[in-house]
Design a protein around this ligand. Structure first.
Ligand SMILES: O=C(O)C(=O)C[C@]1(C(=O)O)C=C[C@@H](O)C=C1
Length: 363
């Protein structure tokens, strides 16, 4: 068969497959609309249309069933978007993030909820918490730890004062680029804007390449990108989305010191999430200042074979909270073993607050 004929025949096959995919996606979307009716008839308000545990199960099943040639992550991403569009038919989910437009937090929100979600920029982490608590958005996305720079204390501190639930987690690979605008003079860069975390994540690269440039910390990478648009002697460190959004040119790509630099974000909401089959629980525990306090606290987890994934200590804000520990572990708070462990831990602690049980990040 000639090349031309072979191409024509393959494109005929693709056209017919596309028609089948179209019909199947439309059928799926109609089912989601019926799900919304059932939920409404059962009295659920629209904040309960989004079901994190069900979404995690759907994506995990797709990854299990996938036989290639697309890899599991790629396939899950496609289904992520289909589900996002189906949910938007029920009721588009409104998500607050640490703005402005173009931040990594917005990228994390879209990765988690898909591109049919409505993302709403906030100017500070506290505001994301506040808007979720006030109910003006259904969910919020906040950064919690970075593989190079460690924990984001400001996010943890917000959990001490709120009754917000953690509903999910999402991890994002963070690539930083040095960006300049069309007025920047490449050989005259004497000031570099970025978020303090990003400046820290690129410290060695900056020391080697721009040792004399002033490093200016601003409220976000996207804000840094905005800044350089009118400055001939300044550059910004930010990600791909901000570069595109603010039409900046990449002077150097992937300048982060650690090639596997990634940030974990938490999804916060107002409702607890049922079990998905592969879950994590986050708790906040306060303890009096005495030798061996942390060992005592963690002993039940060790004894019961519960997998701890993170332990962070923060100074308490009041006298009663001498030590505050943020502890993440595998398992769901409705699980019998986890309930036993929490009871034991609660008896040893001054105070224990369950921040939420949620599906382990899928994508
Ligand atoms: O199963 C549901 O409850 C649905 O609303 C359907 C669906 C989906 O498209 O699969 C959509 C949104 C939910 O977040 C979870 C799943």
């Amino acid at each position: 068969m000639s090349t031309e004929k072979e191409l024509l025949s393959l494109r005929d096959q693709i056209d017919s497959i596309d028609k089948q995919i179209l019909d199947l996606i439309s059928n799926r979307a109609s089912c989601a609309q019926r799900v919304a009716e059932v939920k409404t008839n059962a009295g659920a308000d629209s904040t309960l249309f989004y079901r994190p545990e069900r979404e995690a199960q759907v994506l995990r099943k797709i990854m299990d069933l996938n036989q290639g040639p697309l890899d599991d992550e790629e396939m899950a991403r496609l289904f992520r978007e289909i589900m996002s569009a189906c949910l938007a038919l029920e009721d588009p989910v409104k998500v607050a993030f640490l703005g402005p437009e173009g931040t990594f937090t917005q990228e994390a929100a879209l990765k988690h909820f898909g591109h049919s979600a409505v993302t709403v920029p906030m100017s500070a982490i506290d505001e994301v918490f506040r808007e979720v608590a006030a109910g003006s958005v259904s969910y919020g996305v906040v950064p919690v730890e970075n593989s190079t720079e460690g924990v984001i204390n400001h996010t943890l501190d917000n959990f001490m004062d709120s009754n917000i639930h953690i509903c999910g987690e999402v991890v994002l690979r963070i690539h930083h680029h040095l960006l300049m605008s069309d007025v920047t003079k490449e050989d005259k860069i004497s000031r570099i804007y970025s978020h303090a975390q990003s400046l820290a994540q690129c410290r060695k690269w900056l020391d080697a390449n721009y040792p004399h440039a002033e490093r200016v910390a601003v409220s976000s990478n996207a804000e840094a990108a905005k800044h350089v648009r009118g400055e001939w002697n300044a550059a910004a460190i930010a990600g791909e989305t901000a570069a595109q959004l603010y039409s900046l040119k990449k002077l150097s790509e992937k300048i982060e010191d650690q090639p596997d630099n990634s940030t974990r974000f938490l999804i916060i909401g107002s409702h607890p999430v049922p079990e998905s089959g592969d879950d994590k629980t986050s708790i906040l525990v306060s303890m009096r200042n005495k030798p061996g306090a942390l060992h005592d606290l963690l002993e039940p987890f060790h004894r019961m074979g519960i997998d701890l994934t993170r332990v962070e200590t923060r100074p308490s804000k009041s006298g009663a909270w001498n030590y505050v520990f943020f502890i993440d572990f595998k398992g769901h708070a409705s699980d019998e073993l986890i309930q036993k462990a929490l009871k034991d831990v609660g008896e040893r602690a001054t105070d224990l607050k369950i921040l939420g049980s949620y599906p382990c990040g899928v994508l």
